[in-house]
Design a protein around this ligand. Structure first.
Ligand SMILES: Cc1cc2nc3c(=O)[nH]c(=O)nc-3n(C[C@H](O)[C@H](O)[C@H](O)COP(=O)(O)OP(=O)(O)OC[C@H]3O[C@@H](n4cnc5c(N)ncnc54)[C@H](O)[C@@H]3O)c2cc1C
Length: 445
């Protein structure tokens, strides 16, 4: 790098999987006199997304599946704000805090890793009634919501209302959707032990998938096996089916079926963070930053990108057009290449390619149930579930979090799961507003 009269200013946009891990590696490799590392993220913590289904199901304490950035990135500057645009021609990013005016921040080296967002379709009622499953907030909300629905069903005499409260619809059969549904159904089934007036068969759990199979990450055989296990649990799996409308909370499907549901979870894929549209970086047709195999952004200098937002060629594939799939497996490994290449850039050295052949997938389908395919070997049931837990525990950042996760699992094993519904969390001010006469008591008008 051309010699600077100040430490190299490294700006990392996004403190998720890629951003947090790369900053963590860089702060170990670079002294403060060599580089100033700044991480910008609207959240003050990194979320370990593969554990969201377990957090939603109450096997893990939500706080233990996130990692506080300021605590881990001691030698970095952490800014809790969104980057709303990047002008690389001037080497500045626009920072938008939650409150107050936006401001510009200059940099010498840039790492772009703001991840992905839910890919929504213009389906009537979806934006109003649906919820995604990508954040810890969504996972906690869903847990409380599902338990509140069981409480409502146990407490109302209105049959139609009860049926609606007990209908849970998930759209999208990738591993995130399947895991979220399977874990929440498992939790709800367990919670019904304490709700004698509601039987497991009263619940309707529906998985809607537009393609002819679920979980494209695993083989057709393992995908079919997963469908069979879900059907065994009386989960209604609808392949080759699309959600046509959710207007007024009424679910209308392409197979002609129609019913009311209080719960609609949208897990039908992700797209690159739309913030990238407000940059002068090269993007592909899907809005991802175009990268070389060494994770440097093509056509510009001093910019790297990785993770869900980056289009990176898969150099292990014979197909030169094949790109890496968005996954934590790649994200975490890319950080090693990123850190090495960024340090090398600072010292004027060369860059090396990111090379990793996809190992396989592990998925949990509830307590003691799972599916996995690792190096082509298919695993099922408790063995796969155990693999899922050990693999993700090994990937969970920081020793502190690993121990907490392990303690949560041990506690759940000894004392069974916690099924307290904290529905009040969804509207924390409602009681205060009622006391102040600003809100009517339910049923009194
Ligand atoms: C429920 C679920 C389960 C999953 N399970 C698995 C699994 O089992 N195995 C697997 O391999 N993968 C799994 N994944 C995928 C995996 O989590 C992602 O591929 C991985 O997190 C991508 O890392 P990333 O750093 O690109 O994005 P993220 O980890 O999403 O980080 C992006 C960060 O950017 C921040 N950000 C967003 N907008 C801005 C902005 N404007 N300015 C600044 N920062 C911004 C976000 O707050 C976030 O912290 C799962 C995903 C989900 C949702």
């Amino acid at each position: 790098m051309a010699s600077l009269n100040h430490p190299v200013r490294i700006l990392i946009v996004g403190g998720g999987y890629v951003g947090m891990y790369t900053a963590f590696r860089l702060q170990k490799k670079l002294s403060r006199g060599t580089a100033e590392i700044t991480v910008v993220d609207p959240q003050s913590n990194m979320t370990y997304q593969p554990f969201l289904p377990e957090a939603a199901a109450g096997n893990l304490e939500p706080r233990h599946v996130v990692v506080p950035l300021r605590k881990v990135l001691r030698k970095c500057r952490v800014i809790t704000a969104a980057v709303s645009g990047i002008e690389h021609a001037r080497k500045v990013a626009t920072i938008q805090p939650a409150e107050g005016d936006a401001y510009e921040l200059g940099y010498d080296l840039l790492l772009v890793c703001p991840g992905s967002v839910s890919r929504l379709l213009p389906i009537p009622g979806l934006a109003e009634h649906g919820i995604g499953f990508k954040t810890i907030g969504e996972a906690i909300y869903l847990r409380n919501h599902v338990l509140s629905c069981l409480d409502l069903a146990a407490s109302t005499n209105d049959r139609e209302r009860r049926r609606r409260a007990l209908s849970f619809v998930f759209v999208g059969g990738g591993y995130a959707g399947v895991e979220a549904l399977a874990e929440l159904e498992d939790m709800a089934r367990y919670a019904l032990r304490y709700t004698p007036s509601v039987k497991a068969d009263d619940m309707r759990w529906v998985l809607i998938e537009a393609a002819s199979r679920i979980m494209p990450e695993v083989s057709v055989r393992l995908s079919a096996y997963t469908v069979d296990r879900l059907i065994e649990r009386r989960i209604d799996v609808r392949l080759n089916t699309r959600l046509e409308s959710a207007d007024g909370g009424r679910i209308r499907l392409s197979d002609g079926d129609e019913f009311g549901a209080d719960t609609l979870v949208w897990t039908a894929g992700v797209k690159a963070n739309p913030m990238l549209q407000h940059t002068d970086l090269p993007l592909d047709d899907s809005g991802r930053v175009v990268c070389a195999p060494n994770l440097a952004v093509k056509g510009v200098s001093g910019v790297f990108a990785a993770g869900d937002c980056a289009a990176v060629p898969d150099v292990t594939s014979p197909d030169p057009n094949k790109l890496l799939a968005p996954s934590a497996q790649h994200a975490v490994r890319q950080t090693k290449t990123l850190a090495e290449n960024i340090v090398s850039t600072i010292h004027g050295g060369g860059l090396h390619d990111y090379r990793h052949k996809y190992v396989g997938s592990v998925a949990s389908l509830g307590l003691y149930r799972g599916v996995a395919e690792i190096y082509g070997i298919k695993l099922r049931g408790v063995v796969a579930w155990f693999m899922h837990r050990t693999y993700h525990l090994s990937r969970m950042p920081t020793f502190n979090r690993k121990v907490r996760v392990l303690a949560d699992w041990t506690g759940a094993l000894l004392f069974r799961r916690e099924v307290v519904s904290l529905g009040q969390l969804q509207q924390p001010r409602s009681e205060f507003e009622q006391a102040a006469g600003k809100r009517e008591l339910p049923g009194i008008s």
